[in-house]
Structure formats: structure tokens, C-alpha cells
Ligand binder design. Structure first.
Ligand code: 4AD
Ligand code: MG
Length: 497
């Protein structure tokens, strides 16, 4: 009977077969330990010399060969997952060629160029599983609250956000663009269905090579009729809590494997921090923040020195190590530590400029990446920033009733320095005000006839937001860069594989 590795616990003592791939092998004392993965998990298969045929085959199978293994499931607390397979037969399906990804340390560029194979490793598998849960949790959240999924077009005629980041495509005799957001279409649909959401790929020709930017990313966007800014904020808060709970509930082991500080995620509880843009501007410019940032530099320099000492120690251990496998393991640790050190060094080099830029922050500009980092490092919960200046934000946001320089919008900044993961707003529902805003932003209202129609026939207050799945995952998994959160990342510098 074929079973999946994840179901071993319910087959204790039974003879079973599994199908999978060789993940690793170790031998010693007349026993071969094959690590086999089948997509559901990883198990240790113990092959003894006495099972002559199986032992012979197991000893020769190259890494990532596919195979069938039969044997008896038995409890072993030392084995990963708590069970192992006492093997009676091994049947190769396909013998793999020499596998390019080894136990040795590889650089991120090499791994990204072999992403189609790298996906088989434990780290990407853990991230893809969490990605699945994040998406499902978002969708369950909206489905359970009476939202209807509405699919919005990918090929569109004009800008939904900043026109500078549009990707043009040839469209028969004319030009079309790849959608930057589903929002404008959702606004029409919420007037039909009340509460709607879309979930799909989104495209931005971002000429930035930061750890937060992809050119193709996935966004979940709700839109609600009769909602004002506060409703939108509360909806986003509830959704994030739901998503984080779902991940903590199902993926504690995956998070720990990724080295995520799980306790930091447990602090993500309502209510989140709420600040206005004006308060953020004041915070960035304040003496208190400057002092705090300078102290932080000192703390990080001490942390850096600790890592450098640790690196020296590891280098000594490599030189002393006798076994090749031991050396490889240490090299991987050294590689990771070096990456961390380089990262922190680069970060520390930039800090003085970031502090200077925060201190001279001018009312009117959008928050820069470093400003978001500074704010979101000060709290252990996500921070809502509301009421930005009009000029820094998109044309569709509703003007504030108390200060006409501001709009009723919100960005949600993830803690620990991650920065913006959600952008949202109440929408301008007044046709004249919207047309004026379009003109200010250099858009031609005639191109948006259908969008303006929403304001002609029973216009109501409404609003929504967009959560970038990759940014959210990067934070939840505690990753350095969004590129690892999507199976095949698209950035300015990468289209392969
Ligand atoms: O803030 P943005 O541009 O908002 C919108 O697109 C609105 N139309 C959403 C709405 O109100 N329905 O983008 C929303 C989120 C960001 O907060 C971020 O998480 C993600 O999308 N995002 C990106 N993620 C990765 N790479 C990029 N280049 C991204 N640009 C935005
Ligand atoms: Mg934004």
C-alpha cells in the first residue's frame, strides 16, 4: 500500500510503500540511512546489509533519484518526524544525473538560477507551504465574511496606480498594459455585490532593486460599499490577525526551521498601533528618535562584532575538521554568517544617511523605505499610518474633510523594520472632486468614463485595500528579501527560470 510520509504516525508497525526522491544518504556500521522526500515530508529509511538487494541499490542511488521504498514503519524519537522506515525493498524509478545543488554552500545567484531544482529543498518547501496557508487564510477570511470573489482583468487600457510603473504590451493594432491593481474594477463590482475581493498577479515596472520590490507580485484586494476609512482599517487589522494565527497554528515547525522568531509573531494582536502621517513626520524629525537610532547603531555594532568573533571561531573549526561532511556543514554556516555580516555592515553604512533623511523629513513627501523601517522598528506590532498628503498618493483617494491637503488613506507597516505590506483608502466618491484630482495627476478623465460612472449612479462612500502577498510572507517568515517568497521571482534583473 502506498502512503504519504506525513501519515506515518497512523501506520506504526505496518508494512507500507512510499514513492519519492533521494534527499540524502549516510552510511555506517553496515547500515545505509536514505533520506527520502515525497512532497508531504521527509523520512529516514534504514537499509541493513541483510536485505542484500535493497542495500546494494540504496548504496548506489544518486541524490534526487526517484524511487519506491517498502518497509515497516517504526517509531524512533531520534528520526525527523518521530518515525522511520525499516526497509525491505528499494526500487529505483529514475537514476538522477549529478545534482547541481549539493550540501556545500551556494550563493543566492546560483540558487536562483537553479530555482526550478532549488524548490525541492527544505527551505523553499517550508516557504511555499506557508505561502499556501497565507493565501488560503486571506481567502477564507473574506469568504467567511460574505465577500464575493470577483476576477479583474490583467490586460488593461490605463494606469490604476503610478503611470510610470506600467508595463506596455502590444495589443493587436494598439497598446494595452499589464494591470497594476484590480481596484478600479472592484469599485464597480462592490456597487453590484456590496463586499468583493480579487486575488491575482499584479505588475509594476519598478526600476528598483530593493529587497521589497518585484515586477510581478500577487495581491489580495477587498473593496466594500458604504465603508469609510475606519472600517477599512479594522478590516485589515482583523485580516492580518487571522492570517498570522493561521500560520502560527499550522506552521510552527516550518517557521522554526526558517529561523523565525515565533514569539515576535505571537505579539501580533489587536489593536495595532495607529499614527497619522503628521505624527510619523514628527516622530522622524524628533530628537528622541535620533537618540534612539544612534543607540541602535551602537547595539548593532556590538552584535556585528559578536558575529565576526563567531566567524573566526567557525573558520578555525573548518581547518580542524577531519570529515568532508563536517567541513561542508561548517562552510554552510560560515556562508550564512558572512551573508548576515555583509548585510548588517551595508545596513550600518547606510544608517547615518537614513537618520539624516528622517531628521529632515519634509511634510508632503511619501515615506521612503528607510523612513518606514525606522517607524516599524520602534514597535512590536504592525503600525497603521493614515492621512497622507494628497500629493504623495494616488488620484482615487478621498480628500480629508478636516484638512484638504490630506487624503483618507492608510498604509500598514509590518514590525521589525519590514515596512509597508498594505496600502488602502477610502475612495473619492464625488465625481467633480475625482475629475479635478485626475487632472492634477495628469490623467485624462475621458479615459476613465466607466470608472466615473460609478460616481454617477447612486454613488456611496466606499473603500478597500491591497495586501502584497510576498511582502506579507517576507515579514511572516522573517526573510531578508521578497524574492524567496514566490516560486519564480520576477525582478528587474531576473527572468530565468
Ligand atoms: O500600495 P499599493 O500600490 O496599493 C494599491 O495597489 C491599491 N490599488 C490597493 C487597493 O487599495 N486596492 O500596493 C498594495 C500593496 C503594497 O502595500 C505592497 O504590499 C504590495 O502591494 N506591492 C508590492 N509588492 C512587491 N513588489 C512591488 N513592486 C510592490 N508594489 C506594491
Ligand atoms: Mg503603497
Amino acid at each position: 500500500m502506498f502512503i504519504q510520509i506525513k501519515d506515518f504516525a497512523t501506520h506504526d508497525g505496518q508494512k507500507v510503500s512510499i514513492r519519492g526522491w533521494v534527499y540524502g544518504r549516510r552510511s555506517g556500521g553496515g547500515v545505509v540511512f536514505l533520506q527520502v522526500r515525497d512532497g508531504s515530508g521527509l523520512c529516514q529509511c534504514v537499509v541493513e546489509t541483510a536485505t542484500v538487494d535493497a542495500f546494494q541499490k540504496a548504496s548506489e542511488l544518486p541524490r534526487e533519484s526517484s524511487l519506491t521504498v517498502s518497509g515497516v514503519v517504526r517509531r524512533d524519537d531520534r528520526a525527523p518526524g518521530g518515525f522511520e522506515l525499516a526497509v525491505s525493498a528499494v526500487e529505483p524509478i529514475h537514476l538522477a544525473e549529478e545534482y547541481p545543488i549539493t550540501r556545500k554552500a551556494h550563493g543566492i545567484d546560483f540558487l536562483m538560477s537553479h530555482r526550478h531544482l532549488w524548490l525541492r529543498s527544505r527551505r523553499p518547501v517550508a516557504i511555499m507551504r506557508i505561502r499556501h496557508t497565507v493565501i488560503k487564510a486571506c481567502r477564507d477570511f473574506f469568504d467567511n465574511r460574505g465577500f464575493t470573489l470577483v476576477d479583474t482583468p490583467i490586460l488593461v487600457a490605463g494606469a490604476g496606480e503610478d503611470a510610470q510603473t506600467l508595463f506596455p504590451v502590444e495589443y493587436f493594432d494598439g497598446k494595452a498594459f499589464l494591470a497594476q491593481t484590480g481596484q478600479l474594477y472592484l469599485e464597480t463590482a462592490c456597487m453590484a455585490l456590496g463586499k468583493v475581493y480579487c486575488f491575482g498577479p499584479t505588475f509594476r515596472a519598478e526600476k528598483s532593486k530593493t529587497r521589497r520590490h518585484l515586477t510581478e507580485f500577487w495581491m489580495i484586494e477587498p473593496e466594500v460599499a458604504f465603508a469609510e476609512l475606519d472600517d477599512v482599517v479594522m478590516l485589515a487589522e482583523d485580516m492580518i490577525c487571522h492570517v498570522v494565527d493561521a500560520v502560527l497554528c499550522r506552521h510552527e515547525d516550518d517557521l522554526k526551521f526558517l529561523g523565525r522568531d515565533v514569539e515576535a509573531l505571537r505579539k501580533v494582536k489587536k489593536p495595532f498601533v495607529r499614527m497619522t502621517y503628521a505624527e510619523v513626520a514628527e516622530n522622524l524629525r524628533s530628537e528622541k528618535t535620533r537618540k534612539w537610532l544612534e543607540d541602535e547603531i551602537l547595539r548593532d555594532k556590538i552584535r556585528l562584532q559578536g558575529w565576526i568573533d563567531e566567524l573566526d571561531e567557525l573558520v578555525k573549526q573548518v581547518d580542524a575538521a577531519k570529515k568532508a561532511t563536517q567541513k561542508d556543514k561548517l562552510q554552510v554556516q560560515i556562508h550564512e554568517l558572512k551573508e548576515n555580516i555583509e548585510d548588517l555592515e551595508a545596513d550600518l553604512r547606510n544608517r547615518p544617511a537614513h537618520i539624516a533623511s528622517a531628521q529632515s523629513f519634509q511634510f508632503g513627501s511619501d515615506l521612503g523605505g528607510s523612513d518606514e523601517t525606522i517607524i516599524s522598528r520602534q514597535f512590536d506590532k504592525p503600525v497603521f499610518v493614515t492621512d497622507y498628503p494628497k500629493q504623495a498618493k494616488a488620484f482615487y483617494m478621498k480628500e480629508s474633510a478636516v484638512d484638504s491637503r490630506l487624503v483618507r488613506n492608510m498604509d500598514l507597516l509590518a514590525p521589525e523594520g519590514y515596512g509597508e505590506i498594505i496600502g488602502g483608502s477610502q475612495r473619492e466618491e464625488n465625481q467633480d472632486a475625482l475629475v479635478a484630482r485626475m487632472k492634477e495627476k495628469g490623467l485624462n478623465p475621458e479615459d476613465y468614463g466607466w470608472y466615473l460612472d460609478v460616481r454617477k449612479y447612486g454613488s456611496v462612500p466606499h473603500g478597500g485595500f491591497g495586501l502584497g502577498i510576498e511582502r506579507a510572507l517576507s515579514w511572516i517568515c522573517g526573510l531578508r528579501h521578497v524574492r524567496e517568497t514566490i516560486p519564480f521571482p520576477r525582478t528587474m534583473g531576473r527572468m530565468y527560470p
